[in-house]
Write a protein that binds this ligand. Structure first.
Ligand code: FES
Length: 346
């Protein structure tokens, strides 16, 4: 297989096989390129091919139109090099933090626990430590298939930025190849699993800013929010943080104990659970409406959103309505098949 050289406008050069996506080649060498869904749907990884040509492979037309292609754009997560190429990312990365090379590892399932209705925590112990930035995700290969699924890492790494322990929060999708037929059916303690990661752009940002922070987590969208929250609280205990935890019913709310412990330890943290489909002792309605209700202005604040696309979009609108700067809004959207992020931060 021919090897080509991919030069990124920053000056970094990486070798790339003829059938290897440009993004994969860069991330494996620890060279950062913005990325989110890694399946051609979000456009976060769009690059301009400044020199040379690429094969667009399975790049969907809805993400990369024929006009985009003639204008020299490509999706780095799909395109492969036809020779040596020079590329320039179209989007800047939304987050900050160390860049950990993408790796393929093997791990063992050490714990499986039901943590909410149709929601499981799965803990893996990797054979080797994996470095990642809180908020990023990994890719699991579904046993006996060539299919991969993305799951956010719900725990923080150790002080050196690495860990062997990976915790995932997985919601059962009806008839889902990975969740229903594997995680909620055949997965067992001691099972060996193939893991690739870390991936994704959703991570701590604006650490140097002094403004408050609003986080919105819908369902298992809490998974990447938890390590980001813990990292922010440790780094900047002086900043005010409001976490809206949204679920359809009380039975779907989880991590209540951990969140109340964090609230006890951090006077500046307020956790606000809200349900969308059930009347209870707390708030019923949409987190986005409560944000507008609770805050007159969010100028100078930062926002983090993760969960179903509708929740993320409504939250972004609420932030903008209350004058939060678009560059301070960070988000990740979950789809049913893939729990990686699918849109580009503004
Ligand atoms: S389209 Fe490439 S990361 Fe989403």
């Amino acid at each position: 297989m021919d090897q080509h050289t991919v030069t990124i406008a920053t000056g970094d050069q990486v070798p790339c096989a003829e059938d290897q996506p440009l993004l994969d080649a860069a991330l494996r060498r620890g060279v950062w390129l913005p990325n989110s869904c890694n399946q051609g749907t979000c456009g976060t990884c769009t690059v301009r091919v400044v020199d040379g040509t690429v094969d667009h492979r399975d790049s969907p037309h809805v993400t990369l139109s024929p006009t985009d292609r003639t204008q020299g754009l490509a999706l780095a997560c799909q395109a492969t090099p036809c020779g040596d190429v020079v590329i320039e990312p179209e989007h800047s990365s939304g987050g900050a933090g160390a860049v950990h090379p993408l790796r393929d590892l093997v791990g063992t399932v050490t714990a499986i626990e039901d943590i909410a209705e149709e929601t499981r925590s799965v803990v893996l112990r990797l054979d080797e430590p994996l470095g990642f930035t809180p908020g990023q995700y990994i890719e699991l290969t579904v046993p006996g298939t060539a299919s991969q699924r993305h799951y956010s890492i719900a725990n923080v790494p150790g002080p050196d930025g690495t860990t062997r322990k990976i915790e995932l929060h997985i919601k059962r999708q009806p008839d889902g190849l990975a969740s229903d037929r594997w995680v909620f059916d055949t997965m067992s303690i001691g099972e060996r699993v193939e893991v690739s990661g870390p991936l994704g752009d959703f991570r701590c940002a604006d650490l140097d800013s002094d403004g408050g922070i609003i986080m919105v987590a819908g369902g298992t969208g809490l998974a990447p929010i938890l390590p980001i929250l813990q990292t922010l609280l440790d780094a900047r205990p002086d900043r005010e943080v409001h976490l809206y935890q949204s679920a359809r019913t009380k039975e779907e709310l989880y991590a209540r104990e951990l969140l109340s412990e964090l609230e006890t330890r951090h006077a500046n943290l307020v956790v606000k659970p809200c349900l969308t489909r059930q009347t209870w002792g707390g708030r019923t309605g949409y987190a986005s409406d409560f944000i507008v209700e609770d805050f007159g202005t969010l100028r100078g604040w930062s926002g983090y959103l993760c969960g179903p696309p509708a929740l993320v979009e409504a939250g972004r609108r609420a932030f903008k309505r209350r004058r939060m700067s678009p560059r301070r809004i960070h988000w990740e959207k979950y789809t049913s098949a893939v729990t990686g992020s699918i849109t580009v931060p503004t």
